[in-house]
Design a binder for this molecule. Structure first.
Ligand code: ADP
Ligand code: ZN
Ligand code: ZN
Length: 694
């Protein structure tokens, strides 16, 4: 018997003893909305412990559940209870730390404990016990992470520079819980800081484990390789929503059983069960992919801080452009700042940012003469150019100048985007796809025109401007096939591409060594957006895109084509001064009482007809104003800016307060009442805490 298995057997016997004394009942969590933990009888022939995965009868079904507590007969309402059918022995019981985490998440995000806990466990481990399932578990165990010693001879860790050492020493010198904000420009060596922290923490305590959270797009094989190369003796585990059930289960078990001491994962990894986490790292902590946009709607970064506080261990949030929430907590809420002020590789200087005007209105061109000249100069010097435009397709809309017809999506309140290469009109919200009409469907005019610009059109324009050069487009369309994006990036790295055109996909993570110039086309739509967070996101994106220029060698250049050169965020960008941007923006937010100075929750209803959604929300608002204490503000229900998506019409109701506990108390009561409120049969209702879109 291994040490781990021995321990588990011990825990099981101990719990069993307790169960025998207090009566053989259990409260079991199931993943059914609205159901509290359910009472079951433990049959005489079963050994059941708190945290066990079990199978229980529920109505006519059998479902997976988790034993939350063992109960005395007196605590169970109905003495003719059904029995637990089976215990899933593929793994040992879930531990108390994990149960507390999922319980907290359920309470905080206003869902049932079972709804928070069960989906966190890989489905492959939740299946009914059958001979087939046993084979599957054996396979999963065979695929558990192992040390990758082939990497052993690889590169040694660089010696840290003074700022990096100061950061590492600061974190290591404190015991107990502390949240650290590691603020450092792209390339300043944040990842090196993480790797050094991991090394020391693992050496200090042979049982310690570390969780490294990364955004969806950053969990590349390269990053996992970098970690494996540095820790050739560790069974590094990775978790990612793209992994198969079995892969997830293997990683999960590796971490749970303490074989893997390092877990690198996307937001779902925050719910992994560990034996002993001693450090949590959140890379690119401002990234939106930490927020789940369905189910529990949790924020993995926020849960990471909570989890670390309960574990009394450090948590490091790293970013070149921290979220305003974290910056604010650093200024006033106890987070401590660690700064890396320059790029780690000496020769790499920060790029120079220049603002230029777009071509005059009415011009058919999108790339201005100034941009074209700069592109030519950069190419002549033998370096690559990155052209950034955050809009894919050829043109965002087709229209008829004669009658005003536009290519509206029949299912959504948006335009269908014209994709020239695919000869299709595609809705980016519902995926509807129509062929391109040869003449205006409304008046028969044959001269229907694309309006506005997407990456495909820029690719075409650059091809015409620079016929001798290789232009490559990278966006979700060009990268639709598996590995296509990876291959495209490799081409860029090998220098087979002169001009790279791309969306958000090229902004993050990639270390383009040869890019000397970044051209940003049309950031203006986001400047004009009424959304509070639009500018913040634009700023983050531009800082990241700008970070792609001049990673090595000569100083890079960034050109931004905009009609709003006086916009303050460009000044902060030109100075590459995030603190200036953050401090100014926070001051504005404080004065206008916006997030992060208030806490919010958003009730969203989708229905067949907007009127149904609105009338439900109006009732909800009436109830809310009766329940709400003076510190909670209830807004009026409103249709969403994008009302219709996939033939469903949407409206929402925002509530907010500057005192989080008061808001939470109100939400808990309101949520209970909302569950009893009759709703139109077609409606789906979602109450979201700390929404990212309001
Ligand atoms: P970030 O995570 O902040 O983007 P990285 O840790 O990836 O930065 O570092 C950027 C580059 O600089 C990497 O190639 C890394 O190997 C190198 N680097 C980081 N720290 C040092 C150091 N102290 N000495 C030499 N090279 C370093
Ligand atoms: Zn027409
Ligand atoms: Zn649509």
């Amino acid at each position: 018997m291994t040490k781990a298995a021995e321990l588990d057997a011990h825990t099981r016997r101990r719990h069993l003893l307790v169960a025998t004394k207090i009566g053989l009942f259990a409260k079991v969590l199931v993943d059914v909305p609205g159901l509290p933990p359910l009472d079951y009888r433990i049959p005489d022939d079963l050994l059941v412990a708190v945290g066990d995965l079990v199978v229980v009868p529920l109505g006519s079904r059998r479902v997976a559940g988790i034993v939350a507590t063992l109960a005395n007969a007196a605590d169970c309402e109905d003495k003719r209870l059904k029995c637990i059918s089976a215990v899933l022995h593929a793994s040992s019981p879930l531990n108390a730390e994990w149960l507390a985490l999922t319980k907290f998440a359920a309470i905080y995000y206003l869902r049932g404990w079972g709804e928070a806990a069960l989906p966190a466990i890989p489905t492959a481990l939740r299946r009914m016990p059958t001979p087939q399932q046993e084979k599957r578990i054996a396979k999963i165990r065979d695929a558990m992470p192992i040390p990758d010693r082939s990497q052993e001879s690889a590169i040694e860790a660089p010696t840290l520079n003074a700022e990096q050492s100061a950061a590492v020493n600061a974190v290591l010198s404190m015991s107990g819980f502390q949240a650290w904000l590691l603020f450092g420009v792209t390339g300043s060596g944040k990842t090196e800081v993480y790797l050094h922290l991991i090394k020391t923490i693992l050496e200090r305590d042979p049982e310690a484990q570390v969780l490294l959270l990364v955004p969806e797009i950053n969990l590349t094989p390269q990053l996992v390789d970098r970690v494996k190369r540095r820790f050739p003796h560790e069974a590094v585990a990775a978790l990612n929503s793209e992994y198969t059930d079995n892969q997830r289960a293997s990683a999960w078990l590796g971490v749970k059983e303490g074989r893997s001491r390092i877990l690198v994962g996307t937001r779902m990894a925050i719910f992994a069960e560990f034996r002993k986490i001693a450090l949590i790292l959140v890379d690119e902590e401002h990234d939106l992919s930490y927020k789940a946009n369905d189910g529990l709607r949790y924020n993995a970064r926020d849960l990471a801080v909570w989890r670390a506080s309960k574990l009394e261990c450090p948590v490091v949030l790293g970013s070149a452009t921290p979220s305003l929430e974290s910056w604010c907590r650093m200024k006033t809420g106890g987070y401590k700042l660690l700064s890396l002020t320059h790029r780690a590789v000496n020769r790499a200087e920060l790029p120079e940012v220049k603002l230029i005007s777009p071509p005059i209105k009415g011009s058919t061109r999108m790339v201005s003469d100034a941009a074209a000249t700069a592109i030519e100069a950069c190419l002549t010097s033998g370096r690559q150019v990155l052209v950034f435009l955050n809009r894919r397709g050829y043109a965002p809309v087709l229209s008829c100048p004669a009658c005003g017809w536009v290519s509206a999506c029949p299912h959504c309140s948006v335009f269908m985007v014209y994709h020239k290469r695919e000869k299709a009109l595609i809705c980016h919200h519902c995926g509807a796809r129509h062929s391109v009409p040869e003449a205006c469907p409304s008046c028969g005019n044959v001269d229907i025109l694309p309006r506005g610009t997407g990456t495909e059109r820029i690719e075409e324009e650059l091809g015409l401007l620079f016929p001798e050069r290789t232009v490559l487009r990278i966006d979700r369309d060009s990268a639709a096939k598996k590995h296509a994006a990876e291959e495209a990036f490799q081409k860029v790295h090998r220098g087979e591409v002169d001009i790279l055109v791309g969306t958000q996909m090229v902004a993050k993570g990639h270390d383009f060594q040869r890019v000397g110039l970044v051209v940003v086309l049309n950031p203006d739509a986001q400047i004009l957006s009424p959304s509070v967070r639009a500018k913040e996101r634009l700023f983050f994106t531009l800082m990241q895109v700008a970070g792609r220029a001049g990673r090595c060698g000569d100083r890079g250049e960034v050109l931004i084509q905009t009609r709003f050169p006086e916009e303050p965020l460009f000044a902060a960008l030109a100075a590459q001064d995030y603190p200036m941007f953050a401090d100014e923006t926070l001051e504005e937010r404080r004065e206008s009482g916006c997030v992060p100075f208030v806490y919010q929750a958003l009730l969203t209803v989708e229905a067949e007809h907007l009127s149904e959604a609105m009338s439900f929300l109006e009732q909800a608002a009436t109830i809310a104003s009766q329940l709400a204490p003076p510190e909670v503000f209830i807004y009026d229900p409103v249709p969403m800016a994008l009302v219709k998506v996939m033939n469903r019409e949407r409206a929402q109701l925002l509530v907010e307060s500057s005192v989080r506990p008061i808001l939470h108390r109100f939400l808990t009561v309101w949520n209970q009442v909302l569950k009893t409120l009759p709703r139109p049969s077609s409606a789906s209702v979602c109450l979201e805490v700390d929404p990212s879109e309001t």
